[in-house]
Design a binder for this molecule. Structure first.
Ligand code: GLC
Ligand code: MG
Length: 242
């Protein structure tokens, strides 16, 4: 496949949040965005994303990273070759078993739990509390990544997963260089996308958990939601002179 630029975008709070802005994005993408491939990177499950595709004007993507970057699919919804294999032997049930005893963590509903994702709710956590979770898992011999999003959601994921890793795998398969990958986000589970050498844009409504974690090269759009995504695309194309 020839190299084309790639848009990897979060959904809730980034592409979604303002229906008129989403319409503007969808119009731009379907009438003039042929230079780009589109990848959705979301905390939602695949089933929940499929519902959303029916309910909204989200354009059809070329790849999907779901459940906080623990699952990766191609445009036809087939599992991305080689992706699942990297997590062999990791079991989120073990993490749930260890963390369920911590009183201030509330397990999310069963639909949000998968073999590769243990998810809890806990409002207003700071790094001290997140470190308690890291320590509890380490003591139990579980290697994991912990992400905190929207000042509420705690996701425990296997090493080698996440939205940034999914974007890297897809970009490599499509022969794109890191500077040809534009990433967009608003909350903590987007941070791994901003820790690669991609071109990052924060929408104006991005939360401090993300804005304080990204580097100075990241573009901070003055526009929220999908208008911020469109603005980021314009920003990075201007810099390229195209
Ligand atoms: C979505 C998922 C939830 C996760 C959150 C943050 O809301 O449904 O399980 O914790 O994203 O990543
Ligand atoms: Mg979001």
């Amino acid at each position: 496949m020839g190299a084309r630029r790639i848009l990897v975008t979060d959904l809730d709070g980034t592409l979604l949040g303002d229906d008129d802005a989403l319409d503007r994005f969808a119009w731009w993408y379907t009438t003039g965005g042929e230079e780009y491939r589109l990848v959705y990177a979301t905390g939602r499950s695949r089933a929940s994303l499929e519902d959303l595709m029916v309910q909204t004007r989200l354009p059809e993507p070329d790849a999907l990273s779901t459940s906080v970057g623990t699952e990766l699919y191609d445009a036809d919804g087939n599992a991305w070759p080689g992706w699942d294999e990297r997590f062999a032997g990791w079991d989120a049930a073990r993490a749930r078993h260890v963390l369920v005893g911590i009183g201030w963590l509330r397990p999310q509903p069963a639909a949000a739990q998968t073999p590769l994702k243990a998810s809890f709710n806990a409002p207003g956590l700071r790094s001290a509390e997140l470190n308690i979770l890291r320590t509890a898992l380490r003591v139990a011999g579980i290697e994991a990544t912990i992400l905190y999003s929207s000042n509420l959601y705690v996701d425990v994921l296997p090493p080698g997963s996440g939205k940034g890793e999914g974007a890297t795998v897809v970009a490599q398969a499509w022969g794109a260089r890191a500077e040809d990958v534009l990433v967009f986000g608003d909350s903590g589970n987007d941070l791994p996308m901003f820790q690669r050498s991609f071109r990052g844009t924060l929408v104006a409504n991005a939360l401090p958990e993300l804005t304080t974690g990204v580097g100075p090269e990241t573009y901070r759009s003055p526009y929220p939601f999908a208008d911020g995504v469109l603005d980021g695309i314009r920003h990075w194309s201007r810099l390229e002179g195209s």
